[in-house]
Design a protein around this ligand. Sequence first.
Ligand SMILES: Nc1ncnc2c1ncn2[C@@H]1O[C@H](COP(=O)(O)OP(=O)(O)OP(=O)(O)O)[C@@H](O)[C@H]1O
Ligand SMILES: [Mg+2]
Length: 158
Amino acid sequence: MAEPLTMIAPTAAAMQEIGERLGRALVAGDVIALSGPLGAGKTTFVQGLARGTGVPAGRHVASPTFALVNEHPGRVPLVHADLYRIADPRELDELGLSDAFDRAAVAIEWLDRFPDAAPPERLEIAIAIADDGGRRLTLRPRGERAATLVAALRDQIG
Ligand SMILES: Nc1ncnc2c1ncn2[C@@H]1O[C@H](COP(=O)(O)OP(=O)(O)OP(=O)(O)O)[C@@H](O)[C@H]1O
Ligand SMILES: [Mg+2]
């Protein structure tokens, strides 16, 4: 297993920039799992992913907390899901995620609540709120493809 990569995002803009860099590398089938407390910056990170996957700049990438799944068009479609409000695993089928994994890059907030809702090969990003109000991101690649994505980010900051 490749080493986790830790990154610091002192501001929301920095968070989006890291997301954008990762987003540029995403292809259909990639899965990004975002965990961290309420307000950690998961949706903010996905806004960056959207820029990187080529979602038009004017498009609002909102929290899918109520819609549960949003899809954004781009170089590759970006499907953005939020499992926070899922109470019962049986509700997961209604999200239509299984079809998204074949044709889109998929970013899922709170996947840690239902880890089996996505393929095991994925990039897990845990966001922690630091004492100074910034955020610390720990990127844990699960599988070869995710390790490649992390290596690309590591090279960019190296
Ligand atoms: N790196 C950062 N440093 C400081 N503030 C940040 C950072 N990233 C995001 N924020 C701010 O934190 C707030 C919450 O962000 P966001 O909605 O993205 O969190 P979330 O993890 O998606 O929350 P939820 O669990 O409710 O879905 C926003 O005001 C956002 O601008
Ligand atoms: Mg959110």
